[in-house]
Write a protein that binds this ligand. Structure first.
Ligand code: GRG
Length: 298
């Protein structure tokens, strides 16, 4: 058994120091947007995606320093999505990670620009990472842009989240929920795992095992997010709760009830854990992470 909490907190401390070095301190009016970008990145996220990416890469002997720029760019992109999701035109939230959201701390225009700044900077950081071979870098840039994008990526998922309408049938609604969650939440988690495999030039079977794992934890992650929305402690979760029902959101929990969602999450976690059996004991930190996701309180 590995100690996930200890691993994650050691990782986060190191990663936080490293990601901070990516933010210069310009003078002049542009200082404001860089401050807003750094505020949103450095305000206490769990760093699950960078941890996943580095752990998946480690399965293939890739060291932290090599995986770091890919992990940094992923966390920047994730932070952009949170800033934009919190805006009044989207989820309209005042709290993120227990602190004022970017548009509350600064203002709406600055928050939009900070999101734009992080999205573009993510690709600059990744594409200019000399520790990663150019052809691998290019593959990562392609995968990240697909995962984040408007066709089957996070932007598509967010669009469904905002505009999908009930279909009138359980099967139809279930299908929308599955697509929405796969794209909105799942694609970045999948990218984190796949990037580790790409960095490690993994054989297809092993890359596929990581993709399967990422799908299962992605669904579990979303279910636990929805359960926290209904039953969580706002001080621990760090954002406004009880919004899904109020906004009539498409979620497994709001449509099918907490008990069905919990059972599904247990089954998905077991499947996530066994999908990594081919890696033997090396995969224990990732298997522990799957168990953490289902039990998380924040
Ligand atoms: C604006 C294009 C665009 C997309 C927004 C991030 C997002 C997509 C929506 C947020 C809604 C939400 C609650 C999604 C559930 C999954 C999720 C992304 C949770 C936040 O991720 P954590 O828990 O956050 O890893 P920390 O703060 O730990 O980084």
């Amino acid at each position: 058994m590995t100690d996930l909490k200890q691993n994650l907190s050691t990782f986060s401390a190191r990663f936080n120091q490293d990601i901070q070095t990516y933010f210069p301190r310009p003078d002049g009016a542009e200082k404001r947007v860089v401050e807003a970008m750094a505020y949103s990145v450095m305000n206490g996220g769990k760093r699950l995606r960078p941890y996943l990416l580095c752990q998946c890469a480690a399965l293939f002997g890739i060291e932290y320093q090599t995986a770091l720029p890919a992990a940094v760019s992923l966390e920047m992109l994730h932070s952009y999505s949170l800033i934009h999701d919190d805006l009044p035109a989207m989820d309209n939230d005042d709290l993120r990670r227990g602190k004022p959201t970017c548009h509350k701390k600064f203002d709406e225009a600055t928050a939009i620009l900070a999101g734009d700044g992080l999205l573009t900077y993510a690709f600059r950081v990744l594409s200019s990472a000399l520790v990663i071979r150019p052809e691998i870098r290019l593959t990562l840039v392609q995968l990240l842009s697909e995962a984040a994008g408007a066709f089957s990526g996070m932007v598509a998922g967010q669009t469904l989240d905002l505009y999908a309408q009930p279909t009138g049938s359980s099967a139809g609604d279930e299908n929308i929920i599955a697509r929405l969650e796969e794209m909105k939440t799942g694609r970045l988690l999948r990218y984190a795992c796949e990037a580790g495999a790409v960095l490690g030039q993994a054989p297809q079977e092993q890359r596929q095992a990581l993709i399967t794992y990422s799908r299962k934890i992605g669904q579990t992650f979303q279910i636990s997010d929805d359960i926290l929305d209904q039953e969580g402690d706002q001080n621990l979760v760090g954002k406004t709760l009880h919004k899904d029902n109020a906004q009539n959101k498409f979620t497994i929990v709001s449509r099918f009830g907490i008990e069905k969602a919990r059972k599904l999450a247990v089954q998905l976690t077991d499947e996530a854990v066994s999908s990594l059996d081919i890696f033997g004991s090396k995969a224990e930190p990732l298997q522990e992470l799957a168990r953490f996701i289902i039990n998380r309180h924040f």
